[in-house]
Design a protein around this ligand. Structure first.
Ligand code: HEM
Length: 366
């Protein structure tokens, strides 16, 4: 214990560590009535950490070549000690991450936390959401199974609908006119180096924005009237709030543990939940499977492309909806954040969720 204190003193003299810890842990106050939805950011941090660690371990045995990838994944699953556990955690983890990302996005939307002065927090979060989906898409190809091969063929094919540059864009994404060894090489480089680096930078910026602006007060109850935001920078202080550590950290850890328990439960008791039969066959460019469906979180996009008369119209509808969502803080500029005082927002919010669910179920059944 004395040794630890001496070490701490050594760093403290040089870096003022105790002051940093005091102001960021006990001295950092969060709104008194902060609710469970505010823990989802920490859940995402925990899940992404696990994703990075399991991904690094998978790299030890995975081989990114068209004639070796599938066999190397089979080896990880059947021969490498605990390989099945690491691979299944990585695969199930990606699905849980998308679900938690959606909940985090929907909760900050519902509570109006995207409004001034948190536009940059929202925009960086929206960037993270898209980047996470791209990470899922690029990772999906790596096992080089029938499912990965044909799902990537269908997904990259959609880019061909872009006027003038469509064909060139498809070749650029695939590295050749059709999905092949070159596609695997570039998806591998993007999935394990380029996008994770970009992701880390963006997470850093997102957390900086959250910390700098201060956590928003939950917009519920009679005291939650619009506070009014000035024209100069102001960190939102909560003088009667609860300390980040230990009070809030304990609550947050409980939610993190609950989600991690769910992840482990699926990994151990239902490891094949996200592994349809086509994921167990090696890629065969000459045999198209009967039913190729994307992962559950892309079903809405898949169905949108199918219901419009042309792919271009489908892509335009998706692009339009995503752009509107990204720019929401600049379109919805009223100061009111209480959901039940914003009937138009609440109606659109409910209809949006129903549309997303309806399209996904339709896509699943079609
Ligand atoms: C890798 C993904 C992400 C991570 C690690 C992350 C992390 C966090 C953390 C730790 C917080 C503070 C606590 C909380 O309110 O949960 C936060 C807040 C916030 N996040 Fe995220 N986030 C991610 C993605 C997103 C996405 C997809 C959006 C929306 C498009 C978003 C928008 C926001 C907003 C607006 C806040 C401020 C909430 C407030 O002050 O009340 N984040 N995020």
């Amino acid at each position: 214990m004395d040794r630890l204190k001496t070490l701490m003193d050594w760093f403290d003299v040089r870096l003022g560590v105790r002051e940093i810890l005091r102001s960021n842990l006990q001295g950092y106050l969060l709104p008194r009535h902060v609710n469970i939805w505010y823990s989802l950011g920490a859940v995402l941090l925990a899940l992404f950490t696990l994703q990075f660690l399991s991904g690094i371990l998978l790299l030890v045995y995975y081989l990114p070549a068209a004639d070796k990838a599938f066999v190397s994944v089979e080896r990880i699953m059947n021969a490498v000690p605990y390989g099945w556990l690491i691979r299944t955690l990585h695969m199930v983890g990606s699905n849980i991450i998308v679900a938690v990302l959606l909940l985090h996005l929907l909760s900050v939307l519902f509570m109006g936390a995207y409004k001034k002065p948190r536009e940059l927090t929202w925009l960086s979060g929206f960037g993270l959401f898209n980047l996470s989906l791209i990470l899922c898409l690029t990772g999906y190809l790596l096992p080089w199974s029938q499912l990965s091969f044909w799902a990537t063929t269908v997904a990259t094919d959609a880019a061909g609908a872009v006027p003038w540059i469509g064909e060139g864009l498809v070749t650029f994404l695939r590295g050749s006119p059709s999905v092949g060894a070159g596609t695997l090489g570039r998806f591998f480089a993007l999935h394990v180096v380029a996008f994770p680096l970009l992701f880390l930078g963006l997470v850093g910026f997102h957390l900086f924005c959250v910390r700098r602006a201060g956590i928003s007060v939950p917009p519920f109850g009679p005291s939650a009237r619009p506070a009014g935001v000035g024209t100069t920078f102001q960190h939102e202080v909560h003088r009667d709030g609860i300390p980040f550590f230990p009070n809030y950290t304990v609550k947050e850890l409980a939610v993190v543990m609950f989600v991690l328990a769910g992840l482990v439960a699926i990994t151990v008791f239902a490891p094949a939940l996200f592994l349809p039969p086509d994921a167990l066959e090696p890629a065969d460019p000459f045999t198209t499977p009967d039913h190729i469906k994307p992962e559950w979180y892309f079903l809405w996009a898949y169905q949108t492309l199918k219901i419009f008369p042309s792919k271009l119209m489908g892509l335009a509808a998706q692009g339009g909806a995503m752009t509107l969502l990204a720019l929401l803080p600049f379109l919805d500029r009223g100061e009111e954040r209480r959901p039940f005082h914003r009937p138009l927002f609440l109606t659109l919010y409910g209809l949006g969720i129903l549309l997303l669910l309806g399209l996904s179920i339709w896509g699943h059944r079609s």
